[in-house]
Design a protein around this ligand. Structure first.
Ligand SMILES: [Fe+2]
Length: 453
């Protein structure tokens, strides 16, 4: 039996195996056209050399499924010295004796075949717990990790001006999916979300959850108004053209430091022609800026400054999750019941959310009305990751999962993003999924929506 994408947190072995195979094929496709040198690339403070990244995906699966859970010996004696992200500082990854692309892919294939073999063999072993977790937990951990790196490989291709990947699934346009948008429907303005007690986070019994989502706990929210749509390129261009990047009063202290150091005058992949027309770089080509697509590749400081200019603010992550997951209750409060996705508990479909590279890029901010939340917020899942006002921190009673470096090292200096983007896998993303990046990151697929003050 196979589970729908989006239900993988609860899926059985057959569905997990299918998903692992599909993720593996997609990882291969993502780098299929790149040569050995392209798969090293320039030393940058953000992205990884792709030969390292692919090797790391293989190593992670090998480490958790084959070595940690099944007690197998390492496949490569030098594996930990090459690919353990917790041991090897980012900057050192270009100096490693990384195997060739062919050798790296062969390692990935070997790991994948062995993981498939152990996951296929039914038996008591799969039920056993190692460190408190069964085999399914580690298979999901490996799968979701591969999904996350597939997204990172894609933004690396954007960062390095490589062509868009050629995928056998999903991608139907090559340069941003604006053409795929459905007819526009009125989705302007704010949704009103009542205040009250909201249960933030994941509850035990909801399948695989990351340690940073544990556990659901009550928070008190005041009533708030949140934009039904993400901020569009046209809206953001008005801020840029109003001199937003030169006005100190619009920026936080940290944000202004970043702006001065970077010299930024507009989003990183924008360029203005002498005619005044804005272009944006989409992978390896420049396209006219699409006014109705969401603004993309802006960092937290830029989002924060835009909000000040617009007389708005970013939502907190609790507000974001309530707008996506709660339902209105009697007496004007919030329901105890939470939806897994904005539209309900059924898995994502192309009509509800732009995920899985399906449109080859973003769709217009008011497309996909079938995915609206109970309060009428659109595209809270898919299209662009959304910066929130919140610092990434532990929920009360946090305790790290087996993969201790997943969350805890990043508490404090990262900001929370919610909702996934056009590249994010539908098997991974849910309302309560917390992503986190440092506030200066402009390379990731991030935009934002705003709240009324
Ligand atoms: Fe990783």
């Amino acid at each position: 039996m196979s589970a729908q994408p989006g239900q993988l947190a609860m899926a059985d072995s057959g569905a997990l195996l299918e998903a692992l195979q599909e993720a593996h094929r997609r990882t291969l496709e993502l780098v299929d056209d790149l040569g050995d040198e392209q798969m090293i690339g320039p030393r940058l403070p953000i992205v990884n050399p792709l030969r390292w990244e692919i090797g790391h995906v293989a190593w992670f699966q090998e480490f958790w499924v084959l070595r940690y859970y099944h007690g197998q010996p390492p496949l490569r004696p030098e594996g930990d010295q090459l690919y353990d992200s917790a041991r090897i500082p980012h900057d050192a990854r270009w100096d490693l004796p990384l195997p060739s692309k062919a050798d790296t892919l062969s390692y990935l294939r070997t790991v994948h075949d062995r993981v498939t073999a152990v996951a296929s063999s039914a038996g008591r072993k799969a039920q056993e717990r190692v460190g408190g977790y069964d085999q399914h937990y580690f298979l999901r951990l490996a799968l979701f990790h591969e999904y996350m790196h597939a997204e990172a490989i894609t933004y690396t291709r954007q960062t390095l001006s490589y062509p868009p990947p050629k995928l056998s699934l999903g991608a139907s346009t090559a340069n941003g999916g604006g053409a795929q948008a459905r007819p526009r429907s009125a989705a302007e303005g704010d949704a009103e979300v009542p205040g009250g007690t909201f249960i933030l986070g994941s509850s035990p019994g909801s399948g695989f959850v990351f340690d940073n989502e544990q556990w659901a706990h009550p928070v008190t929210l005041k009533p708030f108004r949140i934009a039904r749509c993400a901020v569009s390129n046209a809206e953001y261009a008005a801020f840029v053209e109003d001199g937003g990047y030169g006005r100190r009063e619009l920026w936080s202290e940290e944000g202004w430091k970043w702006r001065e150091a970077s010299g930024a005058r507009h989003p990183v992949y924008w360029r203005r022609e002498s005619s005044g027309r804005w272009l944006r770089r989409n992978f390896d080509s420049w396209v006219p800026l699409e006014p109705r697509l969401p603004v993309l590749h802006v960092n937290w400081y830029e989002a924060d400054a835009y909000c000040r200019w617009a007389g708005r603010r970013l939502p907190t992550e609790a507000e974001w999750e309530a707008a996506a997951a709660a339902e209105p209750a009697g007496q004007g409060g919030l329901s105890e019941r939470k939806r897994i996705f904005p539209w309900g508990d059924e898995p994502p479909t192309p009509q509800r959310a732009n995920l899985d590279w399906r449109n080859g890029g973003c769709v217009e901010v008011d497309a996909l009305s079938d995915g609206d939340s109970a309060f009428g917020c659109r595209q809270m899942i898919g299209n662009v990751w959304e910066w929130t006002a919140s610092d990434f921190g532990p929920y009360p009673g946090f305790s790290p999962g087996p993969y201790k470096e997943y969350s805890a090292p990043w508490f404090g200096d990262h900001k929370v993003l919610r909702g996934g983007c056009w590249v994010t896998r539908s098997g991974l993303i849910r309302n309560h999924y917390r992503n986190f990046y440092q506030p200066q990151r402009r390379d990731v697929w991030a935009g934002f929506r705003t709240c009324a003050l």
